[in-house]
Design a protein around this ligand. Structure first.
Ligand code: GSH
Length: 201
């Protein structure tokens, strides 16, 4: 298994999964500042030229959530996903998709408009809109996590890798203030040795 990776990026999610699993893998580091991800060799692996991308034998794939879900199924003995057909599997799919479709966009909006874009291109209104949208996501997550440690069946899963990575990103952007349950969830996940190894650089 080979993971195309850059530090402090969404590639930390499948790296975290790989560290939870403990199977050997190769980390291919791309220097985004040097444009490694836009070179023709890499564009053959990821047509959008972003990280992560993942190779396992003949399989070449991208999208962090899909890679995490694939890895959970490849190593069923690690119990990182409820079994197919179980009711919990439905909720697991729900949170995996929610992470990308609903939770990440507002965090990205705040990040772009407060950190990433050049100052002249930032919009305070867009950042505020992102904060409001995130608050509604945070309330939904807090209600799902009330009285439990993890999202699905109270057992750690790939859904926690996805949602937890977004919760920890939102913490860096100071979006967790006032959301105590989510703060504790983010801290619980960040204290896992596999999370720390995946985010060490
Ligand atoms: N939805 C994709 C997003 C991938 C993505 O946008 N990656 C960013 C880093 S977090 C990237 O490579 N950006 C470099 C660029 O856009 O030039 C995923 O979750 O895998």
């Amino acid at each position: 298994m080979k993971l195309y990776y850059a530090p402090r990026s969404r590639a930390a999610r499948p790296r975290w999964m790989l560290e939870e699993i403990g199977a050997p893998y190769e980390l291919v580091r791309l220097d985004l500042a040097k444009g490694d991800h836009k070179r023709p060799e890499y564009l053959k692996i990821h047509p959008h030229g972003v990280v992560p991308a993942f190779v396992d034998g003949d399989l070449v794939m991208f999208e962090s959530a899909a890679i995490c879900a694939y890895l959970a199924d490849k190593f069923p003995e690690k119990r990182l996903a409820p079994p197919p057909g179980a009711a919990a599997r439905g909720l697991y799919y729900q949170w995996l998709v929610y992470s990308m479709a609903t939770a990440e966009p507002p965090v990205l909006k705040v990040f772009l408009n407060t950190v990433m874009l050049p100052e002249a291109k930032r919009s305070a209104a867009a950042a505020e809109e992102g904060r409001a949208q995130w608050a509604s996501v945070a309330r939904v997550l807090e209600s799902a996590l009330e009285g439990r440690s993890f999202l699905v069946d109270d057992a750690f899963s790939a859904a926690d890798v996805m949602v937890g990575s977004i919760a920890n990103w939102s913490k860096v952007l100071k979006l967790l203030e006032g959301f105590t349950v989510l703060q504790q969830y983010a801290a619980r996940l960040a204290s896992r040795p596999a999370f720390q190894r995946a985010n060490a650089d």
